[in-house]
Design a protein around this ligand. Structure first.
Ligand SMILES: [Zn+2]
Length: 284
């Protein structure tokens, strides 16, 4: 079996927040969940940890949980991305933002972000919310992508689930989308959509980790069959377990070296190369 040290990584799912917001996020976990999270919230230390863990590049993001805070988060993300070339920022928007399209446009045109993160449960709007239609059209026109937490794990509300997501894809079948957490708890139903929507992918964050409530019996053949569509991601540093566990869970599938290289690195790089970000960047 391969070891984590055998690979270099592109972590497609990392969270960075301004310090005050990060403390609020951690407080939420402490109050509302049984998760015990020991990892640092400091940007510099998070980047250093990832570097030492052989992560050469990573997508990082946060999300505006209410209207009119996206612009300042995006400005902060841009500043962090400028400081660390290996940290590739995704933008945030909120469906209720009064300047939604202006905010999205700045992310793409001024900041050069390759994509956006949407978290339908925390942000409390549905993926097919018509206030987002112009945004999705801008994403498609600019070859950007959306990394979306729309699954029902670990917590859900009326804005989550594969049925809501299908409505979005029926309207925008060309939308480049990464479904976070392998679509748990409805992974099979999300997987069924892969044949219909060629630009749909998954990230692995927490889906192969040790948490009992997120346990899923993954079929290695099914993973190998869709290996070009799966991006390694972790949810670091909001993890109530050791960072290496996600890797070990994946390595337990005993896929080929080539398949692991795709999941751990190449697929995220290919996604990045398909965006405008790549043609602009001199760091890659
Ligand atoms: Zn996350």
């Amino acid at each position: 079996m391969f070891k984590p040290e055998d690979f270099t990584y592109f972590d497609a799912h990392v969270h960075l927040y301004p310090e005050r917001l990060f403390r609020a996020v951690r407080q939420w976990f402490a109050t509302n969940s049984s998760w015990k999270i020991d990892y640092t919230t400091e940007t510099d230390k998070i980047v250093q940890f990832l570097t030492e863990a052989q992560v050469e590049r990573f997508f990082f993001f946060n999300y505006a949980h209410k209207a009119e805070m996206a612009a300042s988060l995006n400005a902060w993300n841009y500043e962090v991305a400028c400081r660390y070339p290996q940290a590739i920022a995704l933008g945030t928007v909120h469906a209720a933002d009064s300047e939604l399209l202006g905010i999205a446009n700045r992310c793409i045109s001024e900041y050069g972000f390759p994509g956006f993160k949407i978290h339908t449960e925390v942000q409390r709007f549905s993926p097919d919310d018509e206030r987002l239609f112009g945004f999705y059209e801008m994403v498609i026109e600019n070859r950007a992508f959306v990394l979306m937490h729309v699954g029902t794990a670990p917590w859900a509300n009326e804005h989550c689930g594969v049925d809501k997501f299908k409505k979005l894809m029926q309207r925008y079948p060309d939308l480049k989308i990464v479904i976070a957490h392998m679509g748990l708890f409805e992974s099979e139903k999300f997987f069924e959509l892969l044949d219909i929507y060629p630009s749909m992918m998954f990230d692995t964050a927490m889906a192969f980790g040790p948490m009992a409530e997120l346990h899923h019996n993954w079929n290695p053949e099914e993973i190998a069959k869709h290996v070009d569509r799966i991006l390694y991601g972790t949810d670091f540093p909001n993890l109530p377990y050791d960072y290496n566990q996600e890797r070990l869970g994946l390595l337990n599938l005993e896929l080929s070296k080539k398949d692991y290289q795709k999941i751990f690195y190449q697929n995220a790089l290919s996604l990045l190369q398909s965006t405008k970000f790549f043609s602009k960047s001199e760091n890659i």
